[in-house]
Design a binder for this molecule. Sequence first.
Ligand code: FPP
Length: 242
Amino acid sequence: MEVPKHIAIIMDGNGRWSKAHAKPRHFGHKAGLESLKKIIEAAAKRGVSYLTVFAFGIENWLRPNDEVNYLMNLFLTALRRDIGRLHENSIRVQFIGDRQRVHADLIRSMQEAESLTRDNSRMTLIVAFNYSGRWDIREACQRLAEKVAANQLSAADINEDLISQNLSTAAWPDPDLFIRTSGEQRLSNFLLWQLSYAELYFTDKHWPEFNEAELDKAIAFYAARERRFGKISEQLKGTENA
Ligand code: FPP
């Protein structure tokens, strides 16, 4: 079965899962972290090269203070506690997103995780933290505009590749498969540019319930798709002149 090289996930439904179990919301975030750890290992085992997860969106600052604080502490604790295990498993960890509003302790741990794991090659885990797709595109526009203003680039030379190269994800191929849990069928300002050709998979399972078997269902869905990138089926099969 063809395994997607790059999977991007919106890990949704921690709150609804908590509610269904009559527990406070933080219970679901804790369970969500356990789910994430299992899925990282499962994805690496299946030969996925890049796994991008939406851990915290720029809009998530709008949640109640105590939930935001809980999430920040959870990220910091998880990074400190679990980075060794990721490193032992040869997982490279990288972060994308606006680091401006993020607490200094967390930024330091993010940088340490990136430098500790920089030579790991089994799989790259990309954590989108304080990220939004529009923020990413705006940053790329600013970088390009600055080059034009400095006469290093002509506006007419801005093409799609150049835009891709100026996004925070420049180092990696675009996702092949996008997964969103918990029933919502939205991109919610995730990788807007990068998901242009991804297969979109939605499941009603809440993120804490998303396990290896659920990942396999998503991969099977992907493997059954025919990705045409604008062409027609016969062209892909080589039975028609391209
Ligand atoms: C969405 O559920 C989840 C989040 C906003 C946070 C994601 C965080 C984790 C899975 C924890 C671990 C992650 C890292 C990187 C250490 P929701 O709260 O939006 O659920 P709801 O829509 O049901 O309320």
